[in-house]
Design a protein around this ligand. Sequence first.
Ligand SMILES: NC(=O)c1ccc[n+]([C@@H]2O[C@H](COP(=O)([O-])OP(=O)(O)OC[C@H]3O[C@@H](n4cnc5c(N)ncnc54)[C@H](OP(=O)(O)O)[C@@H]3O)[C@@H](O)[C@H]2O)c1
Length: 257
Amino acid sequence: MSERLAGRIALVTGSTSGIGKGVALGFAREGAKVVVTGRREELGRRTVAEIKAEGGEAAFCRADIALKEDVLALSRFVGDTYGGLDVLVNNAAPAARARAEDGSLADSSEDLWDDLYNTNLRGACLVSKYVMPFLIKSGRGSVINIASIHALRGTGWDAYSMIKGSIVALTRSMAVGYSGDHVRVNCVCPGLVRIERNVDLEQEGASFAKTLRRHLTPPGQPEHIAHFCTYLASDESEYVTGSIFSIDGGANAKWGE
Ligand SMILES: NC(=O)c1ccc[n+]([C@@H]2O[C@H](COP(=O)([O-])OP(=O)(O)OC[C@H]3O[C@@H](n4cnc5c(N)ncnc54)[C@H](OP(=O)(O)O)[C@@H]3O)[C@@H](O)[C@H]2O)c1
């Protein structure tokens, strides 16, 4: 185990599965103590068990980040368990639902818009707001917001794009606002990343075949996002804030299909 994040405490929202789980595992492998969170308790405890089996340190706190009382309890858990926080990854989103239901405004439901807003955007704001005192106290706080290529390219997923675009704008604004507190804020925009629920991407039909053709590489893995988040969490990126990074196999670089 190397030690790029030794002595750091990290909170990764939505680390019960997918990219968030990959980031939690990646941080722990670099020596961070990790708070794992999400609503699915069994999966959260499994992430912690996997981290501990590799010799890392982690703890699970169940929280629905759309609920203020859960976010306040999560913040208390961070303080009680590890006594502070250096890194926050705002990753949680109703990603599976967006993938199944999003489309044009006419075709998607207001309920989906509300879920995306309440979890992905307002949830990220709530968590940031209530753990910010820890990040400021750290003196080397790093916030990493997970957006998407949908924030940068028109894809026809209207509600998801609206929320992810807002996360990009929020990142720049927070970076300015918290610069005096030595809290850096950056944003990662992944392309298509293969996770547990979309492991069979090639079988997903026409819209995914089109997305895959936009990439210059095979689909990403959670580890690819984790490696970049590790850089943003560490001192190696101390000169980096307010930046938006496409980690997307070249999908944002390509004109047309
Ligand atoms: N996979 C991709 O191709 C891709 C590409 C670009 C961007 N992204 C972004 O990457 C992030 C992770 O998505 P993923 O693809 O890894 O999907 P995922 O496995 O479904 O992860 C979503 C995570 O968010 C959590 N979550 C959802 N609603 C929540 C709530 N109300 N409160 C707390 N946690 C909640 C889920 O945990 P619980 O269900 O346990 O609550 C889960 O851990 C999302 O922001 C997504 O938009 C993914």
